[in-house]
Design a protein around this ligand. Sequence first.
Ligand code: MIC
Ligand code: SF4
Length: 641
Amino acid sequence: MGLNIFEKIIISHGIDLNQQELHLVPDQVLTQDATATPVFLQVEAMGLSEVKPFVVSYLDHNTLQIDNKNPDDHLYLQGIAKKLGVHLSRPGNGICHQLHLENFVKPGGILLGSDSHTPTAGGAGMLGIGAGGLDVAVAIAGEPYFVPKPEVVGVKLIGELPLWSTAKDIILSILKEVTVKGGVGKVFEYFGEGVKTLSVYERATICNMGAEMGATSSLFPSDEITYSYLKSLGRQQDWLELKPDLDAQYEKVIEINLSGIEPMVALPHSPDNVKKVSELAGTPLFQVAIGSCTNSSYKDMAVAAGILKGKKIAENVSLVISPGSRRILSKMSETGVLKDLVDAGARILEATCGPCNGIGQAPAAGTNSLRTYNRNYQGRSGTKDANVFLASPETAAVSAIFGYITDPREMGDYPEVDIPENLSDNGNLLVFAQKKKEDQEVIKGPNIKPMPVGEPHERDLTLQAALIAGDNVSTDDILPGGANMLALRSNIPASVPFVFSRMDKEFSKKIDQLPKTWVVVGGDNYGQGSSREHAVMVPMSIGMKAVLAKSFARIYRKNLINYGVIPLSFVNSTDYDKISLGDVLLIADIKEQIKRPNVMLFNQTKGISIETYCSLSEREEDILLAGGLLNYVKNKLEWKD
Ligand code: MIC
Ligand code: SF4
């Protein structure tokens, strides 16, 4: 029987494909500055003196330095990188996923990253998986990352995109069908004749937004197009051909005819709330933003410049552009792309995540912002009542000229876009670790506080329902991003006032009046979005012992277990209605019950029993019983010595 690409990568790494849980030992690991401090503090707490895989630490999110906090984190990350032998990308060098593609991605390899968009690497045939910081710390120690064996969905691409339709429109069309929860437990593997019509940039855009479906990963083959891409970066030696066998099997196949793809847009406040751009035409805009790890390649910039060349942006629109990397910015200045954008009225931002996660450029109250980014959860832009729409750079640039959402086909001729054959870079903001430097000074500034550690549970749990949440609650809802919050990623006590603040401003104050232990009740796909383990660490630090939801997003569920918080699901999802805010729930003998896997819970306030389950692998059970992964691994490493 033929193999698909996912299976080929797994088998080539000596991993047993017949297990229900795959034990992945990544070749490479990436971290980014908003999640990295806990990662490296945890690596230190494990007593590790040298990293095992190839590790790159990117300083890319927290580049807005309005006080000491972000620079404190950066100083720590720079010191610890040198000490442990970690490579480092300095602030200003660009966004982790774009940079990883440019500098390190290897077809056929496995990459684990403390960021949910790590699957971007799939654009060049590398299996990228996003994970919580603690899992990444453990992988840095050379231990495997455990992931439930995903279903592999084949996405067969046929035909060719019409002019003005783009990779962004492909993934938005898929999101519309699959939805933000439809990808959980799945890898999306793209194949078919249509693949050849897409560049690595376009493939990366598609893999990047696979994260919005909750997918474990997304993958494209590595072919002659991948070779040309790597060659343009001077990295052809890293190329490896990787294609599915002709008789490769997939659990399910979705067929997409590219010639039928139209310009699409995701409406507020979810990436799967997708319509045709033509249906939204005329929607007034306050802001247009081009960039983020989804659409910040040289091609994206050049297309926008081609459209804007010799034109002027509308008076009502602020156009902000953030290139994916310094290399791209430098090329843009060489080729005139930068001049065309600036002349049209664009505001050029640093090569960072920036507005994507609410770090600057928040829209005015009640206005509309059209962005080429990947997430439009309510409030993520920094303005709670702003409406964020997601679309391609083509739609964005054309709409910036008109001042309202415009079908890009209105422009007529598609601009000529030349991509330089040579995209090499001097690497001036990459610091390659020579080898570990034990005597390296590591400065921990006042913003860096110890990370909380989970605790083993009492025999019986009494939990008050502190929050009843709906479906698709994102980690941004649990613990927001944005400039204020990201500066506190190394300071858990200071983050407490922000927990659940998007859903209930007073939440952290109310929690003071509750009993010490509490539970959140959620709907489907609880914890979607980012990989930030802070969305578990912070509520856990003030008494959250369990989450009872209809279903969980993959990374969030794992983060709960990693901190010893019990992820419970309803056996009958209608039982969700049997719990009200403030109800007291009892779970007797939890340590025995989680082994079953059904867990009986008694709603003391209403006098009814509710059947839940907690399906855990044996290892996950041990982690929960140990009070979290750090305790579990520390015991294991000590035992090894
Ligand atoms: C995001 O896009 O939400 C982030 C910020 O990149 C997160 C990581 C984080 O919260 O630090 C992600 O996607 O994992
Ligand atoms: Fe950065 Fe946005 Fe990409 Fe997250 S999604 S890594 S914040 S650019």
